[in-house]
Write a protein that binds this ligand. Structure first.
Ligand code: GLU
Length: 307
């Protein structure tokens, strides 16, 4: 018997939803609802400077407008640091953590190793500090978890086979910043694990986060969820749609079109339906198959909503 899927929306409440967020949320919802599964909502507000309760409330209303319902909302990340402390202590007990005193400029200096795509690999500088050297540092450290020299591999539902060696392509990972704030990778792993999430659907830009989270899942004893990293939505000039594209955020779109028109346009662009026509999320769920979804970037021009 197939276990009941549990999916999630994990938005960052730092502005209105734009079409890229809507697309990831739609696919996450379709995947779960087409198999009678459960949907969880979680606000990712670790960055308290950029996020707010008003944006969180707006997000809930936007999801309702779109017809993307959920069964429960788990506490926002900003309220969970005591929970994350417990997982941090477990890593400490496993002997996997060490303090890192590197400054931002040291980390990004030209001498630091970079991969061809510009990603930075932490060379383990602070791993070798002696207790005396650590004691002599008079500033608060970030904390890193040591990563093994091992190839992580999984089959993404959209992107196919993906591999990453954390040691060679990422380096020891920060799990808590010097100001005490836990990082995304740790918070997401704990939250998804505790909520019993069986599938993670999000934008393609987070694909390389999956192996980082798989490593932490293994350390904490959480099963690995399935992953589906959906294509990015691009403006006609190839730029990624972002919060700056105000004409494609829901605040604007709601003035022009119905939720069914938004969903129909996204579904058609993604290969889920054959004609561009308004359709509700519920209707779409009846026909949803992962195999129909394109893996290629999706180009969208705001003008199509004003035709
Ligand atoms: N909070 C992230 C975002 O809004 C998504 C993280 C995730 O789905 O794991 O882009």
């Amino acid at each position: 018997m197939e276990i009941k899927p549990v999916g999630r929306f994990a938005p960052t409440p730092s502005g209105r939803m734009h079409l890229g967020n809507v697309f990831a949320a739609l696919i996450a919802w379709l995947s779960v609802r087409s198999r009678d599964g459960e949907m969880v909502l979680r606000m990712e507000d670790l960055d308290t400077q950029r996020t707010s309760g008003e944006f969180a409330q707006q997000l809930r209303e936007d999801l309702r407008w779109l017809g993307l319902d959920y069964d429960r909302e788990t506490p926002p990340q900003s309220q969970r640091s005591a929970v994350y402390d417990g997982y941090f202590d477990r890593l400490q007990d496993m002997g996997l953590l060490y303090p890192c005193y590197c400054t931002r400029s040291q980390l990004h200096s030209v001498n630091a190793p970079h991969l061809s795509d510009g990603t930075y690999v932490y060379p383990g500088t602070c791993r070798k500090l002696t207790p005396e050297q650590r004691a002599a540092m008079n500033r608060a450290p970030a904390w890193r978890v040591m990563v093994p020299d091992r190839q992580w591999r999984f089959t993404d539902r959209v992107q196919g086979e993906y591999r990453l060696n954390l040691k060679k392509e990422c380096g020891d990972m920060v799990v808590r910043r010097a100001d005490g704030v836990y990082v995304y990778q740790l918070a997401v792993t704990v939250d998804d694990g505790e909520a019993g999430v069986t599938e993670v659907v999000r934008g393609m830009d987070l694909l390389s986060s999956a192996p980082r989270q798989m490593y932490l899942q293994e350390l904490f004893g959480f099963p690995h969820p399935e992953y589906g990293h959906v294509p990015m939505l691009l403006a006609p000039d190839g730029r990624r749609l972002s919060k700056r594209d105000r004409d494609l955020d829901l605040g604007q779109l709601q003035k022009w079109v119905s939720p069914e028109a938004v969903i129909g346009t996204l579904a058609f662009s993604a290969g889920l339906i054959d004609r561009r026509e308004p359709i509700s999320a519920k209707e779409l769920a009846k026909e949803f198959r992962w195999s129909k979804l394109t893996g290629d970037a999706i180009y969208l021009d705001a003008a199509i909503f004003r035709e």
